[in-house]
Write a protein that binds this ligand. Structure first.
Ligand code: MGD
Ligand code: MGD
Ligand code: MO
Length: 762
């Protein structure tokens, strides 16, 4: 491993070089270069990289990390019966996540044989029958869990929820339970819609953009183009990040020759604040408190006309002490005042946020506090102003719109009932937290996963992996081999599917799918390269066939949908608001906008107004029960955040480097404040064992992590996910969101005397 200086800027030549080297490694260079020119273009495919919107400008709509995602999917290496005959599941389970995915694309359906501990080939129809028999043998439909990862298209997500609900359950755990759940919960309560209110165009009209708890340089690189453009015309970008992320500091656009070929770059942030982990609610509360004390800054006309609970909120702000604000935020009062003035003096301000805000215990209240700030100034529902939770997976927002939701709105269910003349369950189902608990306790018996890698993505790896293993039937619909395929004890199936880049040719012609981006734009996506194997199927085909085998023709002729996404869209048009004339509307260049009630100042909340939230600051960023244990500790207790490196897509690890942060060749690193290290007797390069603190007596630890000195607030640490997931206690979840508290894990450190050699081979 080498640690060099942090990169000077994001993008630029190194980014282009990295893009090219990924394409060369993929062994499908020509296809992939062609693919890159089709990304996010009309008649092209939607980039599987992230959910940022497509701009109408420019030939290139891809970025370095989008290119990695495409090259990862579009390889010609495959694994099938020979690979699985050679390797037992126990052997595979000992390999790293990186090794597993690097073996290539899954090429044929497989069934686990518990006697030999190997996966063996199975025919598609036999696989569907096996699922149907098991599902139909359950005592209650609530014994099945239908997990989704946010790459699934609108079409397959719609069929999946219809299948699950016809079967009789609302058990739809999905990746967004671990991701932006808190945003959905907070926004629904405060403004009556669980989505962001801005469009991509609004970024051209904002004069101030607050970017909170988000690392766009790595995770939404196309967002940097919007930020760059905004900064160039004088818009003030204000970053709030626990770490100094280079992408938020300086960016050289690979599409602009002067920035690509010279050392120049655009300065992105006008001001950069590094609050403590979990300190953002206190920062915003402090801003409001200062402005309240300073004079009459707020937009009273907006407050009068559009909001409720203003007086209660003001009272709460008054009662919040500056001491508490300064302790929790970790910022100086002068910094909070600077941020407050930037917001108050802007005409049009957008706030964007991601996992640094959503993965704490008090995330729902933090997001409501962001909304409070916007409501005070009427910074919502007009050009260049509003709220923007930046989504992760490329269609995670669309999945929700299609009804992947364990607590569906009554209206949604009633619409479906009318359309299909069938009773659907109204009782709340399981999210990821409840599903894993039910599997662990053997109350749930079947786990079907439409993509993703729940075993590695979810918290408390030991608990989660046991939960997945307890399933009497584990069905994984996937493109590549991962940890979730290997947690098996009885029956398990791997059903390999087409990826976004591949042609889906059926007797009805080449099929398109659709997705919805962060800005509620719905557009089509069509793969252009030959499928990697003849024996893989589209996700729509797989789900329609499972449904047919399980439910017959109830409530639709499933097989007629298996090859005809056009017909699926006709059904969606009848069930879901905003999708009238779905097929016809798709023809519009760039797709169509679903609309947003809050963006037009209509508030679908309980009171009919936008609601201020008068929550107090949390006593502590940890749950009370942890705080009690922390008080008994003699050692220093640190707060650890788990985050993404530049070379990964969630649990998919592309490589061992984190270029912007200056790390090469290793992922087991622990970013630490140098003063903290010295005070606690650690030197740079020391190997440490990390143990998390929780109320129970289970030991959760990981070892062999190398200390790297980094610019991070005292008391805070950072390391990569998913390696850190063994530390996150399953019950340590956000209030009202049940999202694992992946950005605030209470931990202790100890020198690790055991030297661990890591080797990484493809
Ligand atoms: N290349 C690539 N693209 C991706 C993904 C990927 O893995 N790789 N994943 C996709 C998915 S599913 C998602 S959800 C998004 C995730 O996108 P991000 O949310 O950007 O992902 P993280 O790496 O978790 O980064 C969290 C950021 O928040 C900061 N942070 C952490 N805690 C706090 C805090 O308490 N306060 C503040 N102010 N800052 C904090 C961290 O320092 C870090 O910069 O990206 C999507 N796009
Ligand atoms: N500690 C910690 N844990 C976290 C997070 C964190 O920041 N810290 N982040 C959380 C977040 S934001 C998220 S979204 C979750 C992610 O959770 P998931 O969405 O479950 O995980 P991924 O790693 O994105 O899933 C990768 C797998 O998806 C499959 N796949 C890829 N493309 C396709 C496709 O087109 N179709 C199908 N059917 N399968 C495909 C491949 O087999 C691949 O192995 O993890 C969460 N977990
Ligand atoms: Mo996510």
């Amino acid at each position: 491993m080498t640690i060099s200086k942090k990169a000077e800027k994001a993008g630029g030549m190194p980014s282009l070089k990295s893009t090219l080297s990924r394409l060369l490694e993929s062994r499908k260079v020509k296809d992939n270069v062609k693919n890159l020119f089709r990304v996010n273009q009309d008649k092209g495919f939607d980039c599987p990289g992230c959910a940022w919107g497509d701009s109408a400008e420019g030939v290139f709509q891809f970025c370095e990390n989008g290119a990695k995602a495409i090259a990862w999917e579009s390889t010609n290496k495959t694994i099938g019966r020979d690979f699985f005959a050679k390797h037992s599941v126990s052997y595979l389970n000992k390999q790293s996540d990186y090794w597993l995915e690097y073996q290539g694309r899954l090429a044929e359906p497989l069934q686990y044989n518990p006697v030999t501990d190997h996966y063996e080939p199975i025919g598609w129809d036999e696989a569907f029958k096996c699922i149907a028999v098991k599902l139909n043998s359950l005592t209650s439909p609530d014994e099945a869990e239908f997990y989704t990862s946010g790459r699934a298209s609108n079409e397959v997500a719609y069929l999946y929820q219809l299948m699950g609900r016809t079967f009789g359950t609302n058990n739809f755990p999905d990746c967004s339970n671990m991701c932006h759940e808190a945003s959905g919960v907070a926004l629904n309560t405060s403004i009556g819609i669980g989505k962001g209110t801005v469009t991509l165009e609004d970024f051209d009209h904002a004069d101030c953009i607050f970017v909170l708890g988000q690392n766009p340089g790595t995770n939404h690189p196309r967002m940097l183009n919007s930020l760059r453009k905004a900064a160039k015309r004088g818009c003030k970008i204000v970053a709030f990040n626990n770490l100094k992320e280079v992408g938020l500091e300086r960016f050289a656009s690979p599409q602009v020759p002067t920035e690509l070929l010279t050392p120049s770059a655009t300065q992105i942030s006008h001001a950069y604040f590094s609050p403590k982990l979990g300190g953002d609610m206190a920062v915003i509360r402090g801003m409001v408190k200062y402005l309240m004390e300073d004079g009459d800054h707020f937009n009273h006309q907006f407050i009068e006309t559009h909001t409720a609970q203003y007086d209660e909120y003001c009272q709460q702000v008054k009662e919040t002490s500056w001491d508490m604000i300064l302790i929790q935020s970790g910022l100086e009062k002068a910094q909070i005042i600077q941020a407050a003035n930037l917001f108050a003096n802007s005409k049009n301000c957008i706030a964007t946020w991601a996992m640094g805000i959503t993965q704490h215990k008090h995330s729902v209240d933090t997001i409501k506090e962001i909304v409070n700030l916007h409501l005070l100034f009427g910074q919502i529902g007009r050009k260049g102003a509003g709220l923007c939770p930046v989504r992760g997976h490329s269609n995670v927002q669309g999945n929700r719109t299609m009804g992947i939701n364990e607590k569906p709105a009554l209206r949604f269910i009633e619409n479906l009932q009318k359309q299909f003349k069938t009773e659907f369950p109204k009782k709340q189902g399981h999210n990821v937290y409840h599903a894993l608990n039910a599997l662990h306790d053997k109350r749930s018996k079947v786990l079907i996963c439409l993509g993703g890698n729940i075993a590695a993505a979810a918290a408390d790896s030991k608990f989660t992996q046991q939960a997945v293993k307890n399933a009497e039937l584990n069905v994984q619909i996937s493109t590549k081999l991962n940890r979730s395929h290997l947690q098996v004890s009885q029956h398990a199936l791997i059903l390999p599917c087409l990826g976004r880049t591949e042609i889906d040719l059926t007797p009805k012609g080449e099929q398109q799918i659709t997705v919805e981006d962060t800005f509620s734009m719905v557009h089509a996506s069509q793969g252009r390269t030959e499928p990697v194997s003849e024996n893989i199927r589209s996700e729509v085909n797989i789900i329609a066939n499972i449904a047919h085998a399980t439910l017959g023709n109830k409530p639709v002729d499933w097989l007629s949908l298996a090859e005809d996404n056009h017909q699926v869209r006709n059904l969606i048009a009848k069930s879901i608001d905003g999708f009238d004339n779905f097929n016809a509307n798709l023809a519009q260049p760039g797709g169509f906008y679903l609309g947003n009630s809050a963006a037009t100042l209509r508030w679908k909340t309980a009171s009919g107004f936008a609601e201020f939230s008068a929550a107090s600051l949390p006593d502590d960023i940890f749950p009370e029960r942890v705080s009690e244990k922390i008080k008994q500790q003699k050692q220093t207790v640190f707060t650890l955040q788990s985050m993404r490196s530049h070379d990964q897509y969630n649990t998919t690890v592309y490589g061992m480097d984190d270029r912007y942060r200056g790390v090469t060749g290793e992922r087991k690193v622990l970013f630490m404040n140098a003063k903290d290290a010295n005070r606690n007797g650690f030197s740079e390069g020391d190997l440490v064992k990390i143990t998390s603190i929780w109320q129970d007596n289970i030991t959760r630890e990981i070892s062999g992590f190398k200390v790297v000195f980094y610019d991070i607030p005292g008391g805070d640490l950072a390391a990569y996910y998913p390696e850190t997931n063994p530390l996150v206690p399953i019950d340590s979840v956000g209030d009202k969101s049940f999202t694992p508290t992946s950005k605030s894990i209470a931990v202790l450190l100890e020198k690790d005397t055991q030297i661990i050699q890591t080797t990484h081979k493809n």
